[in-house]
Design a protein around this ligand. Sequence first.
Ligand code: KG4
Ligand code: ZN
Length: 363
Amino acid sequence: MKILGIETSCDETAAAIVEDGVKILSNVTATSAGIHARTGGVIPEEAARKQIKAVIPIIDLSLKDASLKPRDLDAVAVTVGPGLIGSLLVGVETSKTLSYIWNKPIIPVNHLVGHIYANWLEKIRTPEFPALALVVSGGHTDLVLMKGHGKIEWLGGTRDDAAGEAFDKTARLLGFSYPGGPALSNAADEFIYRNKNFKLTMFPRPIINEKNFDWSFSGLKTAVLYKVGYLLSENYNSKKFSKLSDYQKTSTHPKMKKLSSRIAAEVQEAIVDSLVTKTLRAVRIFKPKTLLLAGGVAANRRLREKFLLEENAYKLSGIFHVPSVSLCTDNAAYISSCAFFNFKPISWKKVVANPGLTITPYI
Ligand code: KG4
Ligand code: ZN
């Protein structure tokens, strides 16, 4: 079965064709991130306008890359939420129209559940159930237990900022360019490479010892704000550190240039440590056959490394699955895959965008 997937939940416009949920025939993604770099974050209106222009050419390209015609497709799948309403509407309305004129079934897909299916696109191993999945994206952080396809139980998540948001917002404070997560992570890795065995304990790991599966990342921003102010206090009047823009100026300060990669490494370690510790707690309790990492933050090198190290340390050999880096961030291949394994077509008239959708109840 060949499914065309369409994904437009944030600033990407993506289309992919996947066969039987595992074989990628094409996977095309366009992004308007370059435009948002100028303002330091996504402007929803701007993103949606770009998506309106890009969506048909991107779908055409996905058919061309797969050497297929619309008549060769078995179904259309589309992200219905969560995400930005204007962006979601572009994908949803386009898919409904195509489903109607091509006379193909349409399957609505939850973006967060979709992320998990990037793990089925890897040719090496098929994930087994029960699986524990950690979904870490720009707007969400959720830990779920999957007893089968479509059988998802929510265990916990962030109480405030998402892990990706914690990367992006602290990156902004340190003056890294948008999108901050990868930039902060590169600077952090450079510091780690140059300072092996350096103990990275500058920032707190809130609620890490609580017996739940929740996280809290919003305090990290305040901790970074205070630390930067303190570290530069010899040269800066502390009263000047009252606005975000005051901190952003620090990135050009000579002292800060040296320090920013150290702080980046500290921030990264605090986030990674929190994510891994709580997830391993769930592994010990639920004893899943598979541990799946998913979402844009799954592209983080240190997070992938720490899970692998823990897998070895706890003799959990083979339990840990993580998609290749290019499949972690937003794309449409995992949307097609998710639709194949959860094949529940509905009438195109009933497909609606839902920006506030959560990972459960499952769609
Ligand atoms: O899943 P995703 O592509 O989009 C959403 O659904 O939100 O995730 C984007 C998030 C952003 O916060 C981005 O900074 C973060 O993933 N991210 C990273 C890395 N690559 C992407 N965070 C840390 N290290 C990375 N290498
Ligand atoms: Zn995403």
